[in-house]
Design a protein around this ligand. Structure first.
Ligand SMILES: Cc1cc2nc3c(=O)[nH]c(=O)nc-3n(C[C@H](O)[C@H](O)[C@H](O)COP(=O)(O)O)c2cc1C
Length: 156
């Protein structure tokens, strides 16, 4: 279970997209099962959405390259740590090498983190939608099978 920033949601293609360091444990977990669940909550609308489906990881391919071009400035530093995410450290640190830190302004525009950059693309196969209402909660289930959508209300 991880909090991530949703980078893109494509309604027509039924895709959800986020980024991660290729070396992070989540990538291994996703690759092992090929699936992921996505949890959203809108506090003002009081709507919870749970999505599940197959997931692919892109790194070092045309897809990764296209998304890498959108990663700007300080965000590029997220993929520049010397050691993989989760590696032990002696003191609090972002894990960037002294050599890279010395060159910080250039680093933000460079491709130093590109090899560690991974794009996670999830296919939306099922949606469990729940709306909390004072007058009574409502819930619906959506499922795509062979391109056909089945939708039904269910007991919250
Ligand atoms: C608000 C917020 C946004 C985050 N966005 C991302 C993200 O887009 N990608 C990511 O890999 N980790 C993101 N994280 C960090 C992950 O939740 C997680 O702690 C980290 O990726 C380590 O996961 P790992 O065990 O797979 O290495 C975010 C954390 C917070 C609190």
């Amino acid at each position: 279970m991880r909090t991530v920033i949703l980078r893109q949601a494509d309604a027509d293609g039924r895709q959800l997209i986020c980024y991660a360091d290729l070396r992070s444990p989540k990538i291994g977990e996703i690759k092992a099962c090929g699936r992921a669940q996505w949890l959203f909550y809108h506090p003002r609308k009081m709507v919870q959405v749970r999505i599940s489906g197959r997931v692919t990881v892109h790194s070092g391919d045309a897809t990764a390259e296209a998304f890498w071009k959108r990663v700007k400035g300080l965000s590029r530093l997220n993929y520049c740590a010397e050691q993989p995410p989760g590696s032990p450290l002696d003191q609090p640190s972002a894990g960037l090498s002294a050599r890279l830190l010395k060159d910080l302004p250039n680093l933000m525009d460079s491709n130093a983190g590109r090899d560690h950059f991974a794009v996670i693309i999830g296919r939306v196969e099922t949606i469990d939608w729940l709306r909390l209402r004072p007058s009574g909660n409502v819930r619906a289930r959506f499922q795509w099978e062979d391109g056909h959508l089945q939708a039904s209300w269910v007991v919250p």
